[in-house]
Design a binder for this molecule. Sequence first.
Ligand code: CTP
Length: 402
Amino acid sequence: MSYLSGKKILLGVTGGIAAYKTTYLVRLLVKAGATVKVVMTPASREFVTPLTLSTLSKNPVLSHFTNEEDENDTWNNHVDLGLWADYMIIAPVTANTMSKMVGGTIDNLLLAVYCSAKCPVFYAPAMDLDMYKHPSTQHNFKQLESYGNHMIPAGVGELASGLSGEGRMAEPEEIVSYVEDYISDKLPLKSKSALITAGPTYEPIDPVRFIGNHSSGKMGGALAMELAHLGAQVVLIMGPSHVITNHNNIDRQNVTTAQQMYDAVHKHIDSVDIAIFSAAVADYRPVNRADQKIKKSADTLSIELVKNPDILASVGAMKLRPFLVGFALETDNELDYAFAKAEKKNTDLLILNSLRDKGAGFKKDTNKITIIDRQKNVIPFDTKSKTEVAKDIINEIIKRTS
Ligand code: CTP
């Protein structure tokens, strides 16, 4: 998943030949999960059609102060559009539009939206090499920078005039990565790394049977996605689970048994700043795994079990360890057991779930948690979606680690 996922992007298109590339730019932005609205200058409609851009963006394309296609002739509110956007990208921007942006001339909807936008504005100039080098253009770049706009520099290459040089609009992929880098640079966990255990573990009895539990991995998956969204590099050590965790910042390692989870944790634990143990690890495993399927014979069958390593406790006992977050699932005496667990496993935060709470438990999309910190503060939360719960947990981590 991209940092642009869920972001609202206003794309301004002006009248240059590079406008044809905005079809691809819109596709990339939509593919990255952004909502895209396009505002075109009247001149740009000669280079690329509003129909193409509205089809690709799945939103109406606006060019005028009033919507001439609408029977009611409604007004396209530039202020609302400017305030709607998380980011505005003007690509391509011509020398003409740039000089209007510098001078505050508003003679079309795009310029009105630009002047109303409070969000970061990026612009990708495109023009012939002599126009690009012209002192007035160079002066305008400086002016626009002084207004807080971000220039996505033009590249060097063959230009529409047939000449070759600087002035070619940055490629759509470059524009997308420029904005993604800008977003990621500002994220609160940009330079942090985290390890998460999640899901159940399966302890084999024979080739077809195992001891497991009902954990779905949803809570750990939500934590991984939220951490990644905030810029952290995440190692997600996941037991058997169907939960999807697609994000460039997530390195997912699928494991099956508690011992495999233990080994994977200790391979990575020295290099992370934060570790969250949300897995429902099987406490015991069969002493012997039968090589062949155990056949039904006697009326009773005993399977001898041996304790699995306690992964969280093993990290809690390390001399140098990351900021440590554990979970506790209890059915009774919740707070007493949770305090004891936090102490025994040496956690910085313990996330308590009680199976007595209706909104908490395995396989659900919601959770209800109480957080216990090192100073024994007890912080209760309402029942929320697991994504919202993940945000609450991460907020508490950020407060204590930054
Ligand atoms: N945990 C772990 N390794 C284990 C068992 C538990 O890392 N072998 C972690 C869990 O991921 C969780 C915390 O320890 O963060 C508490 O797990 P929980 O099952 O509530 O507690 P247990 O230690 O197993 O104790 P009990 O089952 O007796 O309540």
